[in-house]
Design a binder for this molecule. Structure first.
Ligand code: AMP
Length: 445
């Protein structure tokens, strides 16, 4: 199959040729004809499947072929994204695909001054990429009208709900013209996403390009059990042993990012970090330097890493496991993209056993464990498998002392030995509880 056989127009084909896209990915093969035919879409496609081109190419074509010229302070298509980084990334892709078309594109998001965005919107833009909060601000300040909107795209809809944007989405829903085309993309389909889809979409075509909730199978994944306090040391050891060149590392918290970056920099390792506390410009700079290989190790939190698109990223390291199992899929989606192979290594300590179990259950696979010599944990990481079971191996009962008479104190059925670290997290459910999308009136706080 070729992009031409999907009915794409010549200026788009030319842009794809420049980008080196030869064959449509499965999501593109299904989405492009459906969107061109005007259908609403509900697509289960994780990052790395080529979903951006899947919606952007037909969208650009429809805007070129149909509809009036964009009016002042208006947008003809709106792409909603959960984070600034993803908005930037999607906008960059859209702009590349649109390079030979007479269309205007722009991205707006929070964390930067609103004034330049208001100025830019004065003439109107054909395709606006936005995060929900900033979009609402612009709308309320009359910098943006949505009555000319033809198409709405909800990109990474699951993530938008996870980040607590359900109220914003409900507000945006009320601003939209009733007659429009709506495309919803989501890595996972929880009940809340289905509810959102039920409200936003009209007779949608469902597309599922990879089995639900299963991580990309081009990624080789394994786990190295280790004691928590030895993780930094193990990381450096593995890095040197494996001669890692470009690694994206995930840490659970902002402090965790800073601590690891400090530690690595202290050892003379070229590392930088991104998290939500850092200004947007600093995050973008770190990302650009990582992409251009000026930075070797980029340490990130989950939120900051959304939307990072680094071609051929060979390796992702989970320095900490994510608290929410679905984030594991997003994280490892950074490698093994568009058919390339990748590796994802997770450093797992005893505290994280419930998270590991939740990930294995969600991805329906038991992750291979590979013990690293000299780093065998003192605090055993209990056995887990894809059934979600944590095997609670009891500590061997102490042998009765010869003179003691009554026998040792039994500890059967208790998998956390007195010397072990108890799991810090409450039991982690494999699927995140997300706020229910609510189209009703905004609750008074
Ligand atoms: P996405 O899932 O949209 O984030 O895309 C993942 C990566 O695949 C991006 O780097 C795209 O540029 C690339 N890509 C998307 N479609 C194709 C294609 N048909 N051929 C080659 N690369 C592609």
């Amino acid at each position: 199959m070729t992009f031409a056989s999907l009915g794409l127009i010549e200026p788009l084909l030319r842009a794809l040729e420049t980008l080196g896209y030869q064959t449509p990915t499965p999501v593109q093969a299904q989405a492009i004809p459906a969107v061109l035919a005007g259908r609403d879409l509900m697509a289960a496609a994780q990052t790395g499947t080529g979903k951006t081109a899947g919606f952007a190419l037909p969208l650009l074509q429809l805007l070129t072929m149909e509809g009036p010229k964009v009016a002042a302070n208006s947008a003809r298509a709106l792409i909603l994204c959960p984070t600034r980084e993803l908005a930037e990334q999607v906008h960059a892709s859209v702009a590349e695909y649109a390079q030979h078309l007479p269309l205007t594109t722009y991205a707006v998001y929070g964390g930067v001054s609103i004034n330049p965005q208001m100025m830019k919107l004065r003439k109107g833009v054909d395709i606006l990429v936005a995060t929900p909060g900033r979009l609402i601000d612009l709308f309320r300040q009359n910098a943006l009208k949505l009555n000319q909107l033809q198409t709405l795209v909800l990109d990474e809809a699951d993530r938008m709900l996870d980040l607590g944007f359900s109220e914003e989405l409900a507000n945006i829903y009320r601003m939209l013209p009733k007659k429009r085309q709506t495309l919803l993309f989501s890595a996972t389909f929880s009940d809340d996403i289905r509810l959102l889809a039920g409200q936003m979409l009209n007779d949608p075509l469902s597309i599922e390009v990879s089995p639900r909730n299963v991580a990309a199978n081009t990624v080789k994944q394994w786990v190295v059990p280790v004691d928590k306090k030895r993780k930094p040391e193990l990381f450096v050891h593995l890095m040197r042993k494996g001669r890692w060149k470009q690694v994206l590392v995930f840490a659970k918290t902002r402090n965790g990012v800073d601590a690891l970056v400090d530690k690595l920099q202290g050892l003379g390792i070229n590392a930088d970090g991104i998290h939500g506390d850092k200004p947007q410009a600093t995050r973008q700079r770190a990302l650009d330097r990582f992409k251009s290989s000026d930075v070797q190790i980029l340490v990130a939190t989950d939120v900051a890493a959304r939307g990072l698109d680094i071609e051929d990223l060979p390796l992702v390291v989970n320095f900490d496991l994510p608290i929410v199992a679905e984030d594991y899929i997003h994280r490892i989606g950074r490698t093994g993209r568009a058919g390339n192979t990748g590796e994802a290594i997770s450093l797992v300590c005893a505290d994280e056993v419930n998270m590991l179990s939740a990930i294995e259950m969600l991805t329906r696979q038991t992750l291979t464990r590979q013990m690293e010599q000299d780093f065998e944990p003192e605090h055993r990481v209990p056995e887990t498998d894809a059934s979600g079971q944590v095997v609670k191996k009891p500590k061997k009962p102490k042998k009765p002392k010869a003179s003691g008479g009554g026998g040792g104190k039994r500890n059967l059925g208790k998998w956390v030995d007195s010397g072990e670290v108890a799991p810090a997290e409450p039991s982690i459910k494999p699927v995140r509880k997300v706020p229910v999308f609510n189209t009703g009136p905004r609750k008074k706080k």
